[in-house]
Design a protein. Structure first.
Length: 360
């Protein structure tokens, strides 16, 4: 069962399959169960921790203790278990926003993979806000989690480095910080952008606009690099007037307006979007201008979206291998925790796939 505590602007701190607290009327202790059964608290503890054979507790008494514990709704104190074993069996997952299609799919696969190893998940969403990201890392650290899977925000590099210095197992996803020795898994963004741009150039487009955001993270820098590099390889002059850099904090309406202004001002024959949410806004901008895809303007978007498949005409996109990213990140983390021993990778850049549809 998953519970989400939603906040404004799609921010959230959520908990998955994990009960932290109960009201006073619901709490029942080992001592109370022991009294109901007529045995010692230690006997109850051994049974509920699967160690009844060590005390030679009979099968009949073992079943009675389990039955009463279940009937009374007993739940072990997770904090006490963590203190006793040094393991919480809980992983902290920090993403940008759980509502985004890429991040939601990533989180879903990660939860499924962690369950295979007996781990639960605490979800946190930063909204790509530096201070919130730093606060969430500190909060998760205080909960003594076993490890971290993090999609970092700007300015989080010092907090990541502190976790490394404290020997906390972690893996970064979708991005990384140069100079920080943290394992990471991400897509090859330069290669992916080149796929999309080469596709447009191959279709005969030369005046190709580019829409990105202002996040100073490696993935966005690499996508811009891939855009420029591909134009240069085809001897097409890079015109900065064709590049629209939106602010990540801009509303959907503001982004849609900026893209419409770019198209009206520069009149490109095609447009490449650096993220799927920008592509969604771009489709609205193109429609508001009365333009037809691909008759009036070609479109390709980095990172696929369900809408692109349903839109008419369907939108060509560069698809990230979400499932592969999630599984590799989990395996790298489990290797650090000593759960598995067949993973040696420290850094991985996976190849995206061009999904050719009908928008160019």
């Amino acid at each position: 069962m998953r519970t989400f505590m939603r906040r404004r602007n799609e921010e959230l701190v959520g908990f998955s399959n994990f009960n932290f607290t109960h009201t006073s009327s619901e709490v029942i202790s080992l001592r109370q169960i022991a009294k109901k059964v007529g045995v010692s608290p230690s006997a109850v503890s051994f049974v509920l921790n699967g160690r009844h054979q060590e005390m030679r507790i009979s099968p009949r008494l073992t079943e009675k203790i389990k039955r009463i514990a279940k009937k009374e709704g007993y739940h072990p104190n997770q904090a006490a278990i963590t203190l006793r074993t040094g393991k919480s069996k809980v992983i902290g997952l920090v993403v940008d926003t759980i509502s985004g299609s890429f991040f939601a799919a990533l989180a879903s696969v990660i939860e499924t993979e962690l369950e295979k190893y007996g781990f639960k998940v605490i979800y946190c969403s930063t909204g790509n806000k530096m201070e919130k990201g730093k606060d969430l890392i500190r909060m998760l650290y205080q909960h003594q989690l076993d490890g971290y899977l993090i999609i970092p925000t700007e300015g989080m590099n010092k907090d990541i480095q502190l976790l490394i210095e404290r020997k906390k197992p972690l893996v970064l996803m979708d991005s990384y910080f140069t100079g920080t020795k943290a394992p990471y898994v991400m897509v090859n963004n330069v290669s992916g952008m080149s796929m999309g741009m080469n596709y447009l150039v191959g279709k005969g487009y030369k005046k190709i606009a580019f829409v990105c955001n202002n996040l100073k993270l490696i993935q966005m820098k690499d996508r811009l690099k891939g855009y420029r590099k591909t134009l240069e390889q085809h001897n097409i002059k890079v015109d900065d007037r064709l590049i629209c850099t939106t602010r990540f904090s801009d509303t959907k309406e503001e982004i849609t307006r900026q893209i419409a202004e770019l198209i009206s001002r520069t009149k490109p024959d095609a447009i490449m979007f650096a993220a799927n949410y920008l592509g969604v806004c771009g489709l609205e901008s193109i429609r508001s201008l009365g333009l037809k895809i691909p008759k009036d303007i070609g479109v390709v978007c980095f990172d696929d979206h369900e809408l692109f498949r349903l839109y008419h005409p369907a939108i060509t996109s560069v698809q990230q291998p979400v499932e592969e990213i999630a599984k590799m990140a989990v395996n790298m983390l489990m290797a650090q925790l000593g759960v598995i021993n067949n993973v040696e990778l420290k850094h991985a850049q996976l190849q995206p796939t061009l999904i050719e549809r009908h928008s160019a």
